[in-house]
Design a protein around this ligand. Structure first.
Ligand SMILES: Nc1ncnc2c1ncn2[C@@H]1O[C@H](COP(=O)(O)OP(=O)(O)OP(=O)(O)O)[C@@H](O)[C@H]1O
Length: 340
């Protein structure tokens, strides 16, 4: 075992040996996840471990394995599905947080709103415009502060979704994903509809999802549902990178006092019981609610803002866990991808 294999990340507190590689020729260390803000820190630590004067850290985000019988989407290296067993636990909020966190780490990120029942991503990103269709066939993703986004919410009128149901809307969504001209994305965050029914199952079977993240609150009832989501991904052999516990405690903006409104340690218990990682705990906080509902995610998750560090560390753990998964082997069809 090389010393690298024993490397524990000083920032995320996770073992990262499997997600980096030592390039014997150039002596560079290649990170398979984005590290921009921490590059110098990593270089210093690696130089100490490897007993060298200097180490150059490089990032190379690769495509990871997907189900064999489906094709990757052009312009997208990895799709991370964000799921919850029940509605209202903050799945869309956490999807945006992950996207912003990965962007802060230096990755190219997109967000796909697959929540056909109530597409809330356009509102959360503060975007309302219809996507451009340069050739009347494909769509350009809507840019939200550097994040490429797509949602049926951009295309349908607000009063439309009620008449769209089930298979029809799933089909429309599949088409939308394929018809969007994603540009060189390291990660596409996919906000799934809440629940674990046929629609969700069909989506994760037909869309080339690389891995999943589960969002829960600490409440028992929400956790039971989150376990169903975990079982759903296990059934179709999509790796689950971890669980995010949202609304962990209530933090008062005035006095800073913490109250565990929805119980305590639920996500941690789930992670331990099912042997998955707890990616992080996000408090219930008025700054999050007000800004997300006002379509100002940058006011919460962008660098130096209230919850930026938390969002960044959860994104870092997610990307590190994905980086440890097997790479997508180049075969006939995978050459279509804009990888590396
Ligand atoms: N940590 C948090 N602190 C404060 N408010 C939050 C937090 N997380 C989510 N919210 C708020 O809770 C509401 C529901 O969040 P969100 O829409 O993300 O949930 P969801 O699980 O995606 O819901 P749905 O089931 O409708 O898809 C929103 O008003 C959001 O701003």
């Amino acid at each position: 075992m090389t010393d690298l294999a024993r490397l524990k990340d000083p920032i995320s507190d996770q073992m990262i040996g499997a997600s980096i590689a030592l390039n014997d020729d150039s002596k560079d260390v290649e990170f398979r996840y984005p590290i921009k803000p921490f590059k110098k820190q990593y270089q210093k630590q690696l130089a100490e471990i490897l007993g060298r004067k200097k180490v150059k850290a490089k990032t190379s985000i690769r495509s990871h394995q997907i189900k064999k019988d489906i094709e990757p989407i052009q312009g997208v290296k990895n799709i991370i599905a964000v799921a919850s067993g029940k509605g209202g636990v903050g799945k869309s909020t956490m999807s945006v947080m992950l996207a912003k966190g990965l962007q802060n780490l230096g990755a190219t990120v997109g967000i796909l709103d697959a929540d056909i029942y109530g597409p809330s991503i356009p509102k959360m990103l503060g975007q309302r415009q219809k996507p451009e269709t340069p050739d009347n066939k494909s769509f350009l993703p809507v840019d939200a502060d550097g994040i490429q986004s797509m949602s049926l919410g951009y295309i349908l009128d607000e009063k439309d979704p009620a008449i769209w149901r089930g298979a029809m809307v799933t089909k429309a969504l599949m088409q939308l994903i394929g018809d969007t001209r994603w540009h060189d994305l390291d990660y596409l965050i996919m906000d799934l509809p809440p629940g674990t029914g046929d629609i969700q199952l069909t989506m994760i079977q037909k869309i080339p999802v690389t891995a999943a993240v589960i969002v829960t609150t600490p409440q028992d009832i929400s956790l039971l549902d989150a376990q169903k989501a975990l079982a759903m991904f296990n059934k179709v052999e999509i790796p689950v990178l971890g669980v995010i516990e949202n609304m962990s405690t209530f933090i008062c903006d005035n006095c800073g006092h913490e109250t565990p409104l929805f119980g305590q340690h639920g996500g941690a218990k789930m992670a331990e019981e099912f042997n998955i990682d707890l990616l992080g705990q996000v408090p219930l906080n008025i700054t999050i609610r007000e800004n997300m509902d006002a379509g100002k995610p940058a006011a919460v998750w962008s660098k130096k803002k209230a919850h930026a560090d938390l969002g960044q560390i959860i994104a870092l753990r997610t990307a590190q866990n994905l980086a440890k998964k097997p790479l997508l082997l180049k075969s006939g069809f995978s050459l279509k991808l804009n990888t590396q």
